[in-house]
Design a protein around this ligand. Structure first.
Ligand SMILES: [Zn+2]
Ligand SMILES: [Zn+2]
Length: 333
């Protein structure tokens, strides 16, 4: 099979993903093999490739928003997924035994494993994954539309729900990348009024086109304070700005896997009056199933830009330089 393989941690500008011919992986016990059709790219892929995340397996095939059709099952598979279209996401294993797993908080598992980081992912023509961690995909989405839902969508959805959104209430979204452009559609469908703070004219235009009541470059200019807010940009300096635009009793949710330092907060100005700050760590499988169901019912339409598999380096360079509207998706053929 053809795969884009990372042999050494390196800046994306040096095109470190190398086109490589490999044997297709053989599914182990409880694993399925997918013929990959599409794989969306994610900022976390950049963190793996450029080494912001501690180095794990090398060489590695990145990619954790994988859409494909199951064409082989290892021993012990029970779900009968052969021939079905499924998605593989970032979370690919939890221990099932730790305090957190037992409490239904498997996103906080002490020994998790992740796709495209601890094990090969979807920048390839074939991929294997534990069947317990793949999602059956609703027919409402094409392959390319389904791919961004698997990380941008699921993790974005968990962060959105951690902001305690109420139907018909107000929401502020900070940063307008892959997650935000999925979540705005869900929030609007729930009757929320959505304000978007983001850098760059193109992103503000897209936010308005998609139904934002207001889109601007600075929280201070936002026409009203809001009940819920989600920061999707990895920029800690947004935290005090977002808190100043939060109603009493409001909740600010931080979506990032990584964020620059948060400046000093003033208790009276930023936190008092029961304003909550909550972080988000990955997702549970339940989050994934619920996001896919709600997204299919609406149905939401992710904005995508496609690239051939062989151009994975260019796609990630475009992501890093903020040149993609919506989500970049690698397609196989
Ligand atoms: Zn666990
Ligand atoms: Zn991701």
């Amino acid at each position: 099979m053809k795969a884009m393989v990372l042999n050494e941690i390196a800046p994306i500008d040096t095109s470190p993903l190398k086109p490589t011919d490999r044997d297709a992986p053989v599914p182990g016990e409880g694993e399925v093999r997918l013929k990959v059709r599409a794989c969306a790219i994610c900022r976390t892929d950049l963190h793996v490739i450029e080494g912001e995340l501690p180095r794990q397996k090398l060489p590695i095939i990145p990619g954790h928003q994988v859409v494909g059709v199951v064409e082989a099952e290892g021993s012990g598979c029970r779900r009968g997924l052969r021939g079905k279209r499924v998605g593989v996401a970032w979370l690919r294993h939890t221990c099932g035994r730790c305090h957190y797993c037992e409490a239904g908080q498997e996103n906080l598992c002490e020994q998790p494993r992740f796709t495209g980081y601890h094990a090969d992912g979807g920048y390839a023509e074939y991929a294997v994954a534990p069947e317990d961690f793949v999602y059956e995909l609703p027919d409402a989405f094409s392959d390319v539309e389904a791919a961004p839902l698997l990380c941008a969508g699921i993790v974005g959805y968990r962060a959105f729900r951690r902001s305690r959104p109420r139907d018909g209430a107000t929401l502020a979204i900070y940063g307008f990348g892959s997650s935000a452009h999925v979540i705005i559609q869900i929030a609007l469908h729930r009757g929320m009024t959505v304000h978007v703070v983001t850098r760059g004219d193109r992103h503000r235009r897209l936010a308005r086109e998609m139904g934002a009541a207001w889109a601007g470059g600075s929280a201070a200019d936002m026409p009203e304070s809001v009940d819920s807010a989600v920061i999707y940009a990895p920029a800690g300096e947004l935290v005090p700005q977002a808190l100043r635009k939060l109603n009493k009793g409001g909740t600010l949710s931080l979506a990032g896997i990584w964020m620059t330092p948060i400046p000093e907060l003033d208790y009276e100005k930023h936190v008092f009056y029961e304003r909550d700050i909550r972080s988000t760590t990955a997702n549970t499988r339940q989050d994934g199933r619920e996001l896919l169901a709600e997204a299919a019912e609406i149905p939401i339409r992710p904005h995508t830009t496609t690239y051939p598999l062989a151009e994975a380096n260019r796609a990630l360079q475009d992501l890093k330089a903020d040149r993609i509207n919506g989500t970049g998706v690698l397609v196989m053929d």
